[in-house]
Ligand binder design. Structure first.
Ligand code: NAD
Length: 322
């Protein structure tokens, strides 16, 4: 019997996941829940077995999904997850877990208590490059890492407000913060400085900072600098450079460069991380075997705590210990 998948959200990433799921054997998309019936029905029209709903509960009652994808902006988290936890329905939720700290904290506790299968869209963990980096780091000491998210401002209106997205460090740079944890271990201290320079004058309604510099101290002793900007007219780069005793490992979304004395070796990704992320989650829902899931809600919550510590540090001017 086909596994029945419900999708909450009708935007870019709802469609991305729905497309991947609908091409997988033994799965069908049975519904979209959106902020209006019109948008939900339009999103559902591309999928033979799907219906559109204005309310998440109506999709759960009528569509009877075995699993749900939550692809909504950061400020919309909370009620959707609570409904799914209450009914014991496994879910994959897009990052970040929220625009603030209290709701993800409450949800993480409930998910642990219920032992619910969850997955979070930190897709960089599923890249071939992340696995190659793990291999390359074996037996090396990472003393320093420099991470980047240097690009332009996304066009959607929710992204520009603090209540909507939490700002770029919370919304986008979180991919790199998460990668630091995945590759180098836990964070013990956070210090951040953010500024607003031009974007609030150029794009009406902009509250989020234009630039950020965040310093992390890791439990391993390594120090990390993460920089982000959304004021560029181009998407310049995003990634993580790991400085080790044997050379630099340069992680980018498309692959990895191993830079040693007299030798540079490049590894390009061969597989699609989004497909692997979806396969891992749906395999867990089908079989109960969660071993392929590389980011659970509880794990992603630790990344979110680092984001929240950075926001607090930027507000107070003081370092925050975790
Ligand atoms: N992992 C990745 O690579 C990646 C890439 C892009 C986006 N994302 C994440 O996916 C999420 C959604 O991004 P997007 O690009 O699809 O945004 P979007 O603005 O294109 O779409 C958001 C959708 O959510 C809907 N929505 C808002 N509140 C809702 C609610 N309470 N219930 C149901 N629907 C609601 C909106 O109507 C809209 O259709 C964001 O958190 C973003 O960070 C992840």
């Amino acid at each position: 019997m086909n596994m029945r998948i419900g999708i909450v959200g009708t935007g870019g990433f709802a469609k991305k996941h729905a497309g991947i799921v609908s091409r997988m054997d033994g799965c069908e998309v049975v519904g979209f829940a959106g902020t209006s019936l019109e948008k939900a029905e339009k999103a559902a029209s591309g999928f033979a077995a799907a219906a559109g709903y204005e309310q998440v509960e109506a999709m759960l009652d009528n569509g009877k999904p075995d699993a749900v994808y939550i692809c909504v902006p950061p400020m919309a988290h909370g009620p959707i997850e609570r409904s799914l936890i209450e009914r014991g329905i496994p879910f994959l939720v897009e990052k970040p877990l929220g625009a603030e700290g209290s709701i993800p904290g409450e949800l993480a506790k409930q998910i642990t208590e219920k032992r619910l299968i969850t997955s979070v869209g930190y897709h960089l963990r599923y890249t071939d490059g992340a696995q190659k980096t793990k291999e390359l780091l074996e037996g090396r000491y990472v003393g320093l890492a420099n991470g980047y998210w240097l690009g332009s401002m996304p066009g959607v209106s929710w992204w520009r407000t603090l209540q909507g997205s939490g700002g770029q460090f919370v919304e986008q740079t979180t991919h790199i913060t998460d990668l630091v944890r995945y590759l180098c271990g836990e964070v013990s201290e956070v210090y951040a400085q953010f500024n607003r320079v031009v974007m609030h004058e150029r794009v009406p309604g902009t509250e989020v900072p234009d630039n950020g510099v965040v310093t992390l101290k890791l439990r391993s002793g390594a120090v990390v600098s993460l920089t982000n900007t959304c004021m560029l007219p181009i998407n310049h780069t995003s990634g993580l450079d790991l400085v080790t005793d044997l050379g630099v490992v340069e992680f980018r979304a498309h692959g990895v460069r191993d830079i040693r004395k007299g030798q540079i070796t490049e590894f390009l990704n061969q597989t699609d991380p989004y497909v692997k992320e979806n396969e891992a989650f749906l395999h867990a829902v089908r079989t109960g075997d969660t071993s392929r899931i590389r980011s659970t809600y509880e794990d992603a919550h630790q990344t979110h705590l680092v984001s929240m510590a950075a926001v607090r540090s930027a507000e107070t001017g003081m370092p925050v210990r975790l």
